[in-house]
Design a protein around this ligand. Structure first.
Ligand code: FAD
Length: 469
């Protein structure tokens, strides 16, 4: 059994406060009926539940969660709340200027709506809307953001980005390895576990019937949809799947996503060291590696840093190695020390990881299974904190049979870029990923990557995936 509640500092911190522990949500016992059944108690499932209750207060909603709400990626992530500014190039290519503009506007609105929701429901998730910077953490990454800015200019929102010289980046945070970068004001960060647990409380107060420690072991679309668990079953006219990376193990989604891990580490509080490097605002930072590094601070002066593109899952099977991985979390620790050498003697107080549902287009999508009563959102590819709020609204509208401007966004009902069948998928993704990490590491060290490594790392993009360099 995973000890994620202790390993993940966000969960440890949140669960030390009774308001984030909340009321118990006992496992399902026996059979029951509902109007809407939701599988998964992460942000997607809980936002959908809350939107359903907000739109139709009398509706009967049951949420089934295999663990506890927020103990999956929703309570363990980096806490960056961004819209789609870093996806401008891909969105323009996939959906044209009008489609990309509509998605980016909806993503930006979700950031604002989330902030208002936290204030309205007194969820203190340490929200800071100081924006974020993308930086080149090696000379090779310099200018890697220009494609996004050019695409955004075509879309008509180029003014949301401010390009930064190295001296301006240093004005946000001084690092010996940072070069130039860009700034986007429209973004922020939260303590992710506080947000997930706060959302759990608000859903329960709204009358959502929540059952934790209730894994769904068999599911039938129906209608009615039916979820079987070890201790009972739920039947409902409509169902929503908010199962994140676990979808990779479901027959319906096996070819639509691949599962990768992201690992994080967090330091002890060191506000004096942060002051020395000038990182005193709440601005989040990400670099331009294909296997991204993302980092932010906490109100008590810690640095939390995550690394992307780590371990994969065979056939979508997620095990405890996604929660703990000494090598993966060490990459996060090493990156903290490389970026900020003065943190080398600051203790590390947490190391953990979690699974990521990677879409071939690097953008999430929502849809409805044949039969018309089971709706899903998938493929956040490591960018789901803000977007899951938007997808909660889309999925709630779908379950209520409402068509609106959000259900007409072009990533609703899009055909995902399919991955090859097993064993090609797991082997191919593992090889391409290893090459991408080695390519990034070589460039970080100021070396040219070998030609074979470079070729293999770039292969997914040549094959039409929006993944890798
Ligand atoms: C280390 C890490 C860092 C990240 N950093 C960021 C970031 O800074 N910003 C950002 O935007 N995104 C980030 N992400 C991604 C973000 O966390 C996710 O996109 C988001 O949490 C997805 O929410 P979800 O509800 O769709 O999925 P999840 O949070 O994965 O929730 C799915 C839930 O379904 C449950 N479940 C699965 N199968 C079953 C079943 N059979 N029966 C019952 N329940 C089931 C799981 O237990 C889980 O709780 C990060 C992810 C990781 C792992």
């Amino acid at each position: 059994m995973s000890d994620i509640r202790e390993r993940c500092w966000w969960l440890r911190e949140a669960m030390a406060h009774p308001e984030f522990v909340g009321e118990p949500a006992p496992a399902l016992r026996g059979d029951t009926n509902a109007d809407v059944l939701i599988i998964g108690g992460g942000y997607t499932g809980l936002w959908t539940a809350w939107q359903l209750k907000r739109t139709a207060p009398g509706i009967d909603v049951v949420v089934l969660e295999r663990d506890e709400c927020g103990f999956g990626p929703s309570g363990r992530n980096g806490g960056f709340i961004n819209g789609y500014y870093d996806h401008a190039e891909t969105l323009l290519e996939l959906f044209g200027a009008d489609g990309a503009r509509a998605i980016m506007a909806a993503g930006a609105r979700s950031v604002r709506d989330l902030a208002a929701w936290m204030a309205e429901h007194a969820v203190d998730a340490w929200f800071r809307q100081d924006g974020y910077i993308g930086v080149a953490s090696s000379a090779a990454q310099e200018g890697a953001w220009r494609g996004a800015i050019t695409a955004a200019t075509t879309i008509g929102i180029g003014d949301r980005y401010r390009e930064l010289g190295a001296a301006e980046v240093a004005g946000f945070a001084r690092s010996p390895v940072f070069n130039g970068g860009y700034f986007v004001a429209d973004g922020g960060n939260v303590q992710p576990a506080r947000l997930a647990r706060g959302l759990r409380r608000v859903c329960m107060e709204a009358g959502v019937r929540l059952h934790e420690h209730t894994p769904v072991s068999a599911f039938r679309s129906g209608p009615p949809a039916e979820a079987r668990t070890p201790s009972g079953a739920v039947r409902a006219g409509q169902a929503v799947l908010g199962i994140g990376a676990w979808a990779g193990g479901w027959r319906q989604f096996r070819r639509s996503i691949v599962t990768r891990a992201s690992f994080m580490a967090i330091t002890a509080p060191a506000p004096d060291r942060l002051a020395e490097i000038g990182w005193t605002s709440g601005v989040g930072i990400c670099d331009m590696r294909a296997t991204l590094r993302y980092l932010r601070t906490t109100p008590d002066g810690r640095i939390a840093l995550g690394v992307g593109g780590e371990r994969g899952a065979w056939s979508g099977r997620i095990d405890d190695r996604f929660d703990r991985d000494e090598a993966g979390t060490q990459h996060a620790v090493d990156a903290i020390h490389r970026f900020f050498p003065s943190f080398r003697d600051v203790p590390i107080e947490g190391r953990w990881g979690g699974p990521i549902d990677v879409a071939g287009t690097h953008t999430p999508y929502a849809g409805t299974l044949p039969g018309g009563n089971v709706h899903y959102a998938l493929g956040y590819t490591g960018n789901g904190v803000g977007p899951s709020h938007l997808f909660g609204r889309i999925l709630a509208a779908r379950a209520l049979g409402i068509e609106n401007e959000l259900t007409r966004l072009p990533f609703v009902d899009m055909q995902p870029k399919r991955f090859p069948p097993e064993p090609l998928r797991s082997i191919g993704v593992a090889i391409a990923n290893e090459a991408t990490v080695r390519r990034d590491d070589a460039l970080d060290a100021g070396r040219r990557p070998g030609r074979l490594i470079d070729f293999v790392a770039r292969l997914p993009r040549r094959l039409g995936y929006h993944l890798g360099p």
